[in-house]
Each structure stands twice: as structure tokens, then as C-alpha cells.
Design a protein around this ligand. Sequence first.
Ligand SMILES: [Zn+2]
Length: 162
Amino acid sequence: MATALTVKELLARNSEYAEGHQRIPTWEELGAAGAPPPQILIKALVFRTTGAETKSTLPGILALDTLVSLTDILVVKHTDCGGLVIRDANVKKQLLELAPGSEDKIKAMQFAEITGTLEDSAEEEVAFLKSSELLRPELKECIRGYVWNLETGDIKATAVAF
Ligand SMILES: [Zn+2]
């Protein structure tokens, strides 16, 4: 049975990793004459969010797109996701007990609950991103939804992915 990883153990693992770490170029070095453009060096950027919701990632996506010109956005939900058991109302109830004076702020928040299928949820996130007037049209064409099955390891495209 797995045991919880402590911060002390995590830092010890980092010390081990750091001994063999290969330094990566800085943004300044990437901008130097003769250096390959950043998009050649960056293979993938990953935003991990509760329930793979995308609203909180939009500012990061927009900012990074200005640096590296993203080519694709994959929204990947997974089976047995915490979003399937998290309930927005339960989180809000607990927060209201903790901070009753912050009712307006708490009610305006969303906590990534997934109430339908994972496929539908992925497609809703794709639709949200595609509805943003701030994303480049050519990037919007390359936003797709997927579901990663933790039992089999397979990642399958949602019905509207292609
Ligand atoms: Zn999850």
C-alpha cells in the first residue's frame, strides 16, 4: 500500500535529481542570435487543474502563446477524476462556514465538478476555449478533447475531436 509522500521526502528526491540535472537554456539565451526559436525547444506545456477545467488556464495559455506560438491544445480528462466526486455546493458550503463574510466571492467561484460524462465535460471545455475571442483562430482550430482511461492507459478522442 502506498504511503503519503512527505515534503521532506520530496525535497530529498529533488536533491538526488539535481545531481544529474541538465541545465536548460534561459529565455534570454533563447533570444540570442543563432539560438533556435523557443517553439523548437518546447515540446509540450501542461496545465494540470482540478477536473481539467480550462477557465483558470486561459490567461496562462494566452501568455505562453505570445512567447512560443502554440500549435495545439489538448483538453484531457481522465477516468476516476476527483471532479466526478467534487460537488460545487459542498465546497461552497464548507467555505461559507469558514469565511461567512466572503459569500459573494465564494458564490461566484466554480469548483470543477463533473456531473455528466467525461467526454461531454471535455467537449464543454473545448467549447469554452473555442468561444474565447482572445485565442488566435488558427489555434482554435487545433483544440481537441480527450479522455484518458486510467484502467487501460488509452487516450481516446471525444466524438467531436476530429
Ligand atoms: Zn482529475
